[in-house]
Each structure stands twice: as C-alpha cells, then as structure tokens.
Design a protein around this ligand. Structure first.
Ligand code: TXA
Ligand code: MG
Length: 341
C-alpha cells in the first residue's frame, strides 16, 4: 500500500451534507453503522439508539468507559416523550428551548426500546432535540432515536469541525457528514430534572439565568475531579476531559518562556518573563478567543484554538482570565477541566 493510500485508509471520509449524503447517512444508521453528524454545539458520533450492537460501537470507537451514558437525540417533544417521563417543568423548558443546546435528564421510560447501554445502568436518560438542520433532517429520515456523544476520543477536546473529528477519531469514524464549523462550539447544557431541585450538571450556552424564569431556582452540580463514581450525578464529570496534551495554566497575567498564549481581549500589556511581549509571539504560539472580549465568539473558538496551540513547539498554554458570567461559566468549566488534565 502506498503511503498516501495508507493515510486515506486511516482517515474517515468527509461527505459534505446534501440531500444525497443525508440519505446515505440515514441508511447507514438504520443498518447499525456509525455516522458523524454536525450539530449546533459540537459534532456527534451517532448510532441507532434502539440497536445495542450499534451503540456498543460508539463506546469502542471513542474508547469511552461503559459507565458514561449517552445523550439521545430526537426530532421533537413528542418523540422525547416516548423515551422519558416528562413532568410539567420538563415540558415548559423543552417548549421554550428545544430545538437547541439543552439536554434534559429525566426518568427513563422502561418500555421505550432504547438500548440499556445508552443509560449505562442509570434509571434516567439524557435527551435533546438538536437545532442544526442537517441533524434534524437526518433524525427524521433515519426514523429512530439517535445516541450521540461528542465525536472525539474520550478525554480529548470535543470536535467542532470535520477535520477535528478526523484528527481525533481517524478510521474509527469512517463516515463524517460535514457542515463546517459548529455554531455554538461548546457542548449542550445538561440539566437534571429527575429530582426535586433542578440542577445543571454541565454548563453550556443556556445558563441558569435563562432557565430560572421557567423553573425557579436552578443549582449547579458540576462534580469534582476527586469524587468517586458513586458520588457524582453525571458520570462524565469524573473523567479527564477536554484536555490538550500540554499543561494548561489559567488566569495568566504574564507568560513563561516557551508558553503559548490563549488570550481573551486586548493583549497589549502582557509580557513574557525574562523579557519580551506577547504581542510579538509567533503565530503558532498565540490565539485570541475574542479580541473584543465577546463570550459567544470565545465559546465558538475555544476547542479549535486549544487544538491549534497543542503542538510540539509549545511547552504549555497560558489562558487569560474569562469573566465567570453567562457563557463564561461554561467556558471556564471546560478550561478548568483542561487544566486538571
Ligand atoms: O452538545 C452535546 O451535548 C453533544 C452533541 C453531540 O449533542 N453531545 C455530548 O455528549 O456532549 P457527551 O456524551 O460528550 O456528553 C454527555 C454528558 C456526559 O457528561 C454524560 O456523563 C452526561 O451527559 N449524561 C448522559 N446521560 C446522563 C444521565 N442519565 N445522567 C447524568 N448525566 C448523563
Ligand atoms: Mg464528550
């Protein structure tokens, strides 16, 4: 085999989303194969949630521990109600925020036909109606609920472009439905409504403030890296997450030599220890999440820029402080996990 052919064999095929490729993908899903799909948050590694063999392929392809449950993606609230027990609170937020970047954790219905692997033995299920038009068209055509975690190897940053999917999963994601960069760029907000107090288990673009008019007080329960498997509400919280291969340092006010800079806002006054200015860093050592300090722009750039800076030229990544409000809460959550990794 030539080097070039070998290279192609190790990569997935990126197929630009069109009516034809969406139909192709729908057939693959129905047949029990994996397909990478674009969503408004991040790319997802999708399988037919009714088919245990197909769902098992997801865990294998990502090298994901089987105790970490998956999100089921459906077309609308009616389809969601076939899978989960909706209470009044769930109906009100679903009505307001779906389709969109909100995942609800609800008690699972027992006879829904969803593979037991999806919930990893919990009596709850994570469910969301994505807003991306390609994802929506695909779910409708496939006619089955779709289990899909983020399309990256377990522990790596989520993929927000088809290239990132390929870099992370290679031949383990053979069919990628490509539709450019994901709009939001951060994974959905995970909201647990299975107990008395609504809790955000993973912050995202939809914040506690957005949800409180519908739910009253919303708590955060973001887990802790030292918590045991039994203590956490969301199994994904205890895993090493979103981590580049070099150290990540937060709230940096200056740089160490050979450290790359992930900036937020103006960098005019940022210096390098021992002499030098961040403004003179080479291109491979600097990215700015948003020169205008815009949190929406920063969220959509976060994973791409972390990947860009995660290179052999850099000894670490220093990240400037990001305000801990609105979307900044979700950005800081991902960054603090990256720093722990
Ligand atoms: O934006 C997103 O949510 C993307 C796109 C593809 O939809 N998906 C995604 O999936 O980020 P994943 O598997 O990477 O993250 C799902 C998170 C994990 O932390 C998992 O532990 C948690 O949701 N989760 C899933 N089911 C749960 C359940 N029944 N109870 C508590 N947490 C659950
Ligand atoms: Mg993930």
């Amino acid at each position: 085999m030539t080097l070039k052919r070998c290279f192609i064999w190790l990569m997935g095929i990126i197929k630009t989303a069109s009516d034809k490729t969406i139909s192709e993908a729908a057939l693959l899903l129905k047949d029990g194969d994996l397909v990478v799909i674009p969503t408004e948050t991040v790319y997802g590694l999708a399988a037919n949630a009714l088919n245990s063999e197909a769902v098992a392929k997801i865990f294998k392809a990502k090298n994901r521990p089987n105790f970490n449950p998956l999100i089921v993606h459906v077309a609308d609230i009616d389809a969601a109600q076939e899978i989960a027990e909706f209470n009044a609170r769930a109906l009100s937020v679903a009505g307001e925020f779906w389709p969109g970047a909100l995942t609800l954790i609800l008690k699972a219905k027992k006879d829904s036909g969803i593979s037991d692997l999806v919930s990893a033995g919990l009596d709850t299920i994570a469910i969301r109606v994505p807003a991306h038009k390609v994802a929506r068209a695909l779910i409708k055509q496939a006619g089955v609920p779709i289990a899909a975690p983020s399309a990256n190897a377990s522990g790596e940053p989520s993929a927000t472009t088809p290239r990132h999917v390929n870099d992370s999963l290679g031949e383990n994601a053979p069919f990628i439905l490509g539709a450019g960069a994901c709009n939001v760029g951060l994974e959905s907000t995970v909201l647990d409504l299975s107990e008395a107090t609504p809790k955000i288990l993973r912050p995202g673009a939809i914040t506690a403030k957005d949800l409180e008019p519908y739910l009253g007080l919303v708590d955060y329960d973001l887990g802790h890296k030292d918590a045991s498997k039994e203590e956490v509400k969301s199994p994904g919280q205890i895993l090493k997450h979103y981590a580049p291969s070099i150290p990540v340092r937060l709230n940096a006010i200056d740089l160490n030599p050979d450290e790359a800079l992930l900036a937020f806002g103006p960098i005019k006054f940022m210096g390098i220890k021992g002499g030098g200015s961040a403004a003179n860093l080479v291109d491979t050592a600097i990215r700015n999440l948003s020169e205008d300090s815009d949190l929406t722009q920063a969220a959509s750039n976060l994973f791409t820029m972390l990947r860009d800076l995660d290179s052999v030229e850099n000894k670490g990544i220093a990240v400037m402080a990001i305000p801990n409000e609105g979307l900044g809460i979700a950005i800081n959550d991902r960054l603090s996990r990256a720093a722990e990794g």
